[in-house]
Design a protein around this ligand. Sequence first.
Ligand code: ZN
Length: 477
Amino acid sequence: MRLPLYSITLIFLLFAIAATTARAQMTEARISVVSISPPRVRVVGTRSVATRVWSFRNNYAGMVGLGERIESLSLSDERGASVPVRKLAPGEFTAERDATKFTYEIRLDPPTSAGDAAHVSWLTESRCALMPGDLLPLPLARARLSFELPGGWKIAASEEGGAAEVYDLADAESFVAFAGGDVRERAAKVRGMRLRVAFAGDWAFADEEGAGVVAAIVKEHAKTFDGVPRKDALVVVAPFPRQSVASQWAAEARGGTVLYLSGRAPSRASALMRLGAPLAHELFHLWVPNGLGLAGDYGWFYEGFTNYQALRASQRLGDLSFNDYLDALARASDAYDALKGQDTVSLLEASSRRWTGSNALVYHKGMLVAALYDLKLRSASGGKRSLDDVYRALFRRALSGSRGLDANAVALGTLEELLGGREFTDKFVRGAQRIDLAAELQPYGLLLERTGARSRLVVSGSLRGAQRDLLRQIGLQ
Ligand SMILES: [Zn+2]
């Protein structure tokens, strides 16, 4: 059916109005801790655009029912007259007429699954992570936020709050405030970017050492991209809000903040390793996807390819060897093999279903495809180009106006432009072709061997000159 022209115009106008409303929306809010046990905050504030629709985040990163934490929502209009409000569903409310002022409370028990604690707001007797994205009514754009916390708690945030600790935010949804009685900060400059590293809890390394590990990784990534993604960034290193095992960690990179939660490794060496390996991946997210500003879900690239780039960065930093590189690819191959049943969709399709089952495919197959791309581009260009050039090109494009464009189109376009064709991406990203890793790696002099349940990747005993040159580029001694 063809729509008459006027209704197309009307739809266009409605979209335009919705987009303008989101952009013009300004939220002022004060978030106050009213009780530690049970953990509760009160949120009092005003929205600049009056509305009857009051909606809060209900699902995020595989968690459901976040909206149920909202209690005692009361609304009033600009003149302060009370506006009756009715709950429609978890996190969804409708007001009898337009309202601007709001008051409600939120229960902030840490999530029962420790790993979820990097993705959602929580409060304990010693610390809190406060994320406007799941605390304030949506849509959220600009905001002015202040906090009332227990005495002696210090706030760590990527933006500057000033002496009054009032945060003026252009994009409140990507903001995180971390606070606690034992929060201390170290600062460094990387190519003009102010990098703050906040620590809470006791670690087997000194704060300086931990901050040094973070700064070294950020410098390495800045070299890959030939630039920094923003003026300010914050990395929070903190224990889980609930009991966890020593080997567990969880992280999220939101806007300019990386929140890294971890169990406590007993020795200095293992603790530093535990910090560096996951952060090589998480800090890369400050650039991809957070610094690129592209639209759409392209997890195959920003998770799978990031796994590979993090591995390469750790090698260049001397934290991992060439053998570790081979072992990591063999592990990804085993994890990928274990997903046989799920390997029926393309990476593009798997990415659009993230958090609902195809996550592992995005990470493991994505990483193997990145490795194959890197080797193929290095080989095709006689060692003059690598996957790093793709990142440099993407970052340059972001600076010159690719923001808001379709992420899959931009990422695929850049990969294809550098490799000179779309045969590779058609097969492994757009298409659902299974990777025969042994066959794909054999031309580079790498042999995939199976010993029992695990694979091993080894260098062929009879390398040709060109194969040796290529493998030397990625760390073969
Ligand atoms: Zn990631």
